[in-house]
Design a protein around this ligand. Sequence first.
Ligand SMILES: C[S@@+](CC[C@H](N)C(=O)[O-])C[C@H]1O[C@@H](n2cnc3c(N)ncnc32)[C@H](O)[C@@H]1O
Length: 305
Amino acid sequence: MSIPDPQTYSFRQILVDGIISPWQFLGLSISFVPGTILRLIRSGSYLTLLSPSRFQDSWFGDFWATVGPEVRKNAGAKVVPLLDGRTRDGKIYDEVVGPAVSGTVIEVGPGSGLWVSVFSDRTTALSDLTKDEKDTGLRKRSPDARVTKVYGVEPNPDMHERLHQRVRDAGLEDIYEVVPVGIEELSSSGRVEKGSVDCIVSILCLCSIPDPEKNIKELYTYLKPGGRWYVYEHVKTQPWQGWFINLYQVLLNVFWPRCIGGCQLRRDTGKTLREAGPWSHVDFAPFKQETWYNVCPHSVGVFTK
Ligand SMILES: C[S@@+](CC[C@H](N)C(=O)[O-])C[C@H]1O[C@@H](n2cnc3c(N)ncnc32)[C@H](O)[C@@H]1O
């Protein structure tokens, strides 16, 4: 693993990007609270106002509607290659180095559907790619990789309208089914059969699910033998990032889940996935191009059952 040299970054970069910007993100989220309260009062949704968990969902729905597209723009140049089979050991490749997402898919926590278009065929999806993604010639998956069915398992009702709209925009009404429950209720919903799924896709959502050890193990049972789990998640800081950033993440995590829809910064998601069940192949690593002072570091890769 290549470890970035702390000397190559200026003090200003570390201060602004590493130390201050996470608080700006929290502040931005808090600035949505008055708007959400007003919206709920105007629509007469008083029960949502009185329930902390439902209010948090509504607040996060409003926040993500604005911030999500920006996050997607930054993450697109990593997630699209991941789903096209062009990442390995935390690096992005120009050529295809593994299988693309295909067949029957569970998308865990699709939120407002920012990634839905990626499941569509090349022509439709291309129109929705960011300029960066087009410029770098992404969408280079193998031609036989076709997604035939997607179950979008999303419990937050405040996401559903936008999610349905993005499914329609991508022309995927026939294959993308929104399952309006949390993954902990997927089994009782009876909508997806265990052992029937070719691929699971989780993008920035395993930080937000309850009881990750139990629920990730449960999701594992939905994969067929040979099925693949594509992961792009932010995780607990890595030891090579040093004690200060590690401690700083611990401090931030006191406030983060309360302000960002229950999102936890300190999850060791790679370990939880590895322990979910036997895998025939694991390719999961910290994303190579990130700085050591990133308090929200990402890991990327594919687990094959
Ligand atoms: C940070 S958002 C990311 C949404 C989307 N993947 C994206 O990248 O735009 C996390 C998502 O996980 C969802 N989530 C939370 N708990 C969940 C659960 N138990 N099962 C499935 N999804 C869940 C949230 O509702 C939210 O939409």
